[in-house]
Write a protein that binds this ligand. Structure first.
Ligand code: SDX
Length: 465
């Protein structure tokens, strides 16, 4: 661990001590045990309270403010682990040996390279799309890179092949006509890694391809939106450092790298949240993991979910000063509007992730005037909300409240905060898809029909005008 980053570890361990102190009085949870299906549970709208499946991947305890991945508490993982190691843990269920981790890191580095996908991506107006739309498009293009249509032995009917419009995809050489069409489907350069399960887009290899690929896409989309060409991944950088580098064009400091790594660990998995559930529903129809992750990206974008982190920065800028926090908040409350970055379906104590990201935001903004102002407004707002809604309705800061301030201090713009969330959550989405598929059952809840019966069909010419 770089000596400069020891301070980060101390901040995390202090947050752990604070979390334990704040919720020690809460009763110990009744520990979970295997379920005898069918199970009775009280279910509200939006499946609130429903138990969809069993899992060994992660556990969230709202009263105690616990977040656990495969039995390890999030504070220890942030203090001592890395995003690569945590992704391995989520997928395989145990911490890797040194050789397993090094092989896994090598594989993730190999999967960063997606020239064909990046070239296809560049033929779309990425700069005109929200980065999450670009990410969703990109995961479809990644899938195309390994599907039948790309295989050399694929007997294609050339007339049917969809050939791209030449000047829409920058090419090294300008192939013409039929030859051009074949060009679009020629095998990607990396023959050696097209394993069988990549082609069928359902196994672990596809998950790791997505884990690296979504980060590569985020970097490429960030550069394209700046009007610049995507930067090639750097195989010597860690996952977190390469993400910052390919997004900003600057190699991060050891502190920035460590804090991004901690943030990626914090966002990796979180029980049966909306985007994880969305990706599992798609997988349960035996679709494939690229489309499952695409569904997760789509669900995550919403401001009630992962999209909140982008809106928190907009909200803090709208408040504009510490003096305006109270009047702004009172107006919000009067209109019964929700404050972005606060509240949680499960946590009725502080979100442990906010307990880590808050002090990291303070640490990161110590040296930047704009960041310092945003952080002070955030702190004043936290105080207002916790002293009112916290007491009345157990509403506290969640993971999205401070994450944007941390990323802004790294020079990352707000529209990329949810994509970074998605980069990390691919670990949780794919681990849970793999776990669920081992005992798959298509998701098919019910809806209570409250409409009429026995209506008589009236031909259109006899209906009231
Ligand atoms: C994430 O599920 C996960 O695990 C998600 C996540 C993950 O890692 O995957 O943790 C990531 O999505 C974090 C949440 C990010 N979203 C926001 O910050 C948006 C603002 N928060 C809210 O929209 C809300 O708190 C939710 C959506 C997060 C949770 O909403 P619930 O559980 O459906 O709560 P609710 O809407 O039923 O609210 C209950 C009461 C209401 O008041 P009453 O009508 O009972 O008087 O609490 C109030 C709400 O008005 N309330 C808020 C509030 N959140 C809830 N009031 C003001 N501001 C808020 N943020």
């Amino acid at each position: 661990m770089h000596e400069q980053t020891q301070e980060i570890t101390e901040i995390i361990l202090k947050a752990k001590a604070k979390a334990i102190k704040e919720t020690n009085h809460e009763p110990e949870p009744e520990f979970s045990k295997p379920i005898n299906w069918p199970v009775n549970c009280v279910v509200g709208p939006g499946l609130e309270g429903a138990i969809a499946c069993e899992t060994k991947i992660g556990y969230v305890n709202g009263a105690k403010g616990w977040l656990i991945y495969r039995g390890y508490n999030i504070f220890d993982l942030c203090a001592y682990s890395s995003f690569e190691e945590v992704s391995y843990l989520l997928m395989y269920g145990y911490l890797p040996s040194e050789s397993q981790l090094s092989a896994f890191k090598k594989k993730l580095i190999q999967y960063r390279y997606m020239h064909h996908t990046k070239r296809l991506l560049m033929s779309f107006p990425i700069e005109k799309m929200h980065p999450m739309a670009g990410l969703r498009l990109g995961t479809n293009l990644m899938r195309q890179e390994f599907t039948d249509a790309d295989r050399e032995n694929y007997t294609s009917n050339l007339a049917k092949i969809i050939s791209a419009d030449e000047d829409s995809i920058p090419m090294e050489t300008k192939p013409k006509g039929e030859e051009h069409a074949i060009y679009e489907f020629k095998q990607p350069q990396r023959q050696q890694i097209i394993s069988d399960d990549l082609k069928h887009a359902t196994g672990f290899e596809s998950c790791f391809h997505l884990l690296s690929g979504v980060a590569t896409l985020t970097g490429a989309i960030s550069r394209l939106r700046q009007g610049a060409m995507p930067i090639e991944n750097d195989a010597s950088l860690s996952f977190a450092a390469n993400l910052i580098y390919t997004m900003t064009g600057k190699r991060p400091t050891p502190i920035e790298e460590r804090i991004m790594d901690v943030s990626l660990i914090l966002h990796a998995d979180h029980g049966m949240n909306a985007s994880t559930f969305a990706s599992m529903v798609v997988a349960s129809t035996l679709s494939d993991v690229y489309l499952s992750v695409g569904a997760g990206i789509a669900a995550l974008q919403g401001p009630l979910h992962g999209g909140a982190n982008e809106r928190v920065i907009e909200m803090l800028n709208e408040i504009g000063s510490v003096d305006n926090v109270k009047p702004w908040f009172e107006k919000k409350r009067a209109k019964k509007e929700k404050v972005m970055g606060f509240g949680h379906r499960v946590y009725k104590a502080y979100d442990p992730r906010a307990l880590v990201l808050g002090p990291l935001a303070k640490f990161m903004t110590k040296k930047s005037s704009n960041g310092k102002k945003l952080f002070k407004i955030a702190q004043a707002l936290e105080k207002e909300v916790v002293s009112t809604l916290g007491k009345e309705k157990r509403i506290f800061p969640n993971v999205d409240f401070y994450s944007g301030i941390v990323y802004a201090a790294m020079g990352i713009t707000a529209e990329f905060y949810t994509p970074i969330f998605a980069v990390s959550r691919v670990a949780g989405w794919t681990a849970r898809v793999q776990e669920y598929m081992r005992n798959n059952r298509i998701f098919r809840p019910r809806a209570m029909y409250t409409g009429p019966f026995d209506k008589e069909y009236i031909p259109i010419n006899k209906r009231k005008k």
